[in-house]
Design a protein around this ligand. Structure first.
Ligand code: HEC
Length: 217
């Protein structure tokens, strides 16, 4: 065959392939080269699945499964658990500037919208009338007895973990270490000598008087 003939038959071959590779049905992909490469035979997450008794592809984790790094908090979500945690649990983290700063940052993310920047119970959700004011950390009584300013490490940690009444639990979104850093910042807003040293109600000394004045208004 001469060159033009080779060229012509190549074009004719290409036309035949093009004309036959697509059918009338727009959903029919026609002939595909190694379709498994891009049409995986695996099941989609939300598709039904004949291999499991419940026909679901996405199976629930085995009962009792815990996430990697999970830390068990042995005090139950009850008044007894709250009181026991308040008595026995102390902040395991060192009261460093770095931890305090991080606690303040995290408080700004998770707590300010209700409790307010200074902890007076005047967060934005309260200001726009979407949420009743939480009690002030420095000057109000706790609904569980005693004063907010005397709440100990363990009581605050228990509250962040399980919530209380209108305040929801935060265990799923804040790691234990981050909760402890937030506890340090709450101590500061209470006017307690902040951190681990301020674990009980007898040490409610005011450390930062400018802060206390700001909250007394
Ligand atoms: C959706 C609003 C809301 C958010 C967000 C919120 N709180 Fe609260 N919090 C409340 C309310 C309301 C109360 C009062 C509940 C009661 O005593 O009935 C409260 C109570 C508390 C108490 C007092 C518990 C006690 O023993 O009396 C502490 C401490 C506290 N919150 C800490 C926090 C911290 C720390 C965060 C952020 C991690 C946070 N809260 C996030 C609304 C909120």
């Amino acid at each position: 065959m001469n060159k033009p003939a080779v060229f012509l038959s190549a074009i004719a071959g290409a036309v035949v392939v093009l004309m036959t590779s697509c059918g009338k049905d727009p959903n029919d992909p026609g002939k595909e080269y190694m379709p498994d490469m891009y049409r995986s035979p695996s099941y989609e997450v939300y598709s039904s699945n004949p291999n499991f008794p419940d026909s679901l592809t996405m199976q629930a984790p085995v009962k009792g499964t815990i996430p990697r790094g999970y830390e068990f908090f042995e005090y139950p979500s009850s008044n007894e658990g709250y009181e026991a945690a308040g008595r026995d649990v102390k902040n395991p983290l060192a009261l460093t500037d770095e931890n305090m700063k991080e606690g303040e940052r995290l408080y700004g993310i998770y707590c300010t919208h209700c409790h307010g920047e200074s902890g007076a119970g005047d967060g934005n959700l309260v200001k726009i009338g979407k949420f009743p004011p939480p009690p002030s950390y420095s000057s109000a009584p706790s609904s569980r007895g005693g004063l907010m300013k005397d709440l100990s490490d363990g009581k605050i940690y228990h509250t962040i973990t399980y919530g209380i009444n209108l305040m929801g639990p935060h265990a799923s979104q804040i790691s234990p270490a981050d909760r402890w850093k937030i506890v340090m910042h709450v101590h500061k807003l209470q006017g307690q000598v902040s951190g681990a040293a301020a674990g009980d109600s007898t040490s409610a000394a005011v450390k930062d008087s400018s802060n206390a004045t700001a909250m007394a208004k």
